[in-house]
Design a protein around this ligand. Structure first.
Ligand SMILES: [Zn+2]
Length: 296
């Protein structure tokens, strides 16, 4: 093969074929060329046996021959033949398809960046708040916008709510300080402000268990948290707790006392009971207003 023929690396490197024809993978064909009714060229060749992966042995009993190839490890087949021009054309089609894929991918990525930038430009304040947030949910939305190109309507609605919720909690816990010393057992009155649950690998044994993260505050606005499968409260529950101080952290952005071995000694009130009491109070006030109003 001369140098002038191998200008293009892929196209110029065909090995010599006695018949001038090649199989689909570019290997040269030896022997006779057949044609089917449609005028397509075929040649005879051996193909590695798929059944035994070329070993010639039966997978369930290696001492017996593979029934597909009768122990030969390969099978005699008739396969399509191609001229060098046909193979070159196929190569060009493959290359073109690959280039198109790359172009399409680049277009998709550019589109995502443009959509994300449009979102940031349309919501500059929201984006600035989201970027500095330590909240996991907010951080996920920040990544989602960059990955998918902006936010969905539902995410766009959820983001400011999450930021406001976080700002509210930060303001609520502005005076929070660590309580107690690690190992100390204490009784405290707290109200549950938030709860979430997640699945976690069991500490002992196999399988998963539901773990509850319960955020609580005492009447002085000091933050408590317990992370355990054995205890949680409903939001609004006010209870007398006994718990052991495990340590202190500032994970959400304010000082917290982490409790474990938590038990409820007394339920003081629930959100539902307080709402009922408030509603009853309002009815009494209205009745009083009605009774004290001058009669017509
Ligand atoms: Zn076989």
């Amino acid at each position: 093969m001369s140098d002038t023929e191998s200008i293009d690396e892929a196209d110029g490197a065909r090995p010599y074929s006695p018949s001038g024809m090649y199989f689909a993978d570019g290997t040269p064909h030896k022997g006779q060329v057949f044609e089917n009714e449609a005028g397509k060229a075929f040649g005879e060749t051996y193909e590695g046996c798929m059944r035994c992966n070329g070993s010639g042995r039966w997978s369930k009993n290696r001492r017996k021959a593979c029934i597909a190839c009768e122990g030969e490890g390969e099978k005699f087949i008739q396969a399509r033949l191609y001229t060098p021009a046909e193979l070159d054309a196929a190569d060009r089609r493959r290359k073109k398809a690959a280039e198109t894929r790359v172009t399409k991918q680049a277009e998709r990525e550019a589109n995502i960046i443009a959509k994300h930038q449009a979102f940031v430009e349309a919501n500059p304040d929201l984006w600035a708040r989201a970027l500095v947030s330590e909240d996991k949910f907010v951080q996920r939305l920040v990544i989602a916008s960059q990955t998918w190109g902006g936010l969905t309507d539902a995410q766009l609605k959820a983001l400011p709510e999450a930021l406001d919720r976080l700002a509210n909690e930060r303001a609520f816990y502005a005076n929070s300080v660590p309580v107690g010393t690690p190992g100390e057992r204490m009784d405290i009155v707290v109200t549950c402000r938030a709860k979430s649950s997640f699945l976690s690998k069991k500490f002992k044994g196999r399988g998963m268990q539901e773990v509850h993260l319960t955020s609580m505050a005492d009447d002085e606005g000091r933050a408590f948290v317990s992370i355990t499968s054995a205890f949680t409260l409903d939001v609004g529950d006010k209870v007398l707790l006994r718990g052991t101080v495990k340590g202190h952290d500032e994970r959400p952005g304010w000082p917290r006392t982490v409790l474990n071995r938590v038990a409820v000694l007394e339920v003081i009130s629930t959100l539902a009971s307080r709402q009922e009491a408030e509603a009853a109070e309002q009815v009494r006030e209205e009745e009083w207003d009605h009774a004290s109003a001058p009669s017509m």
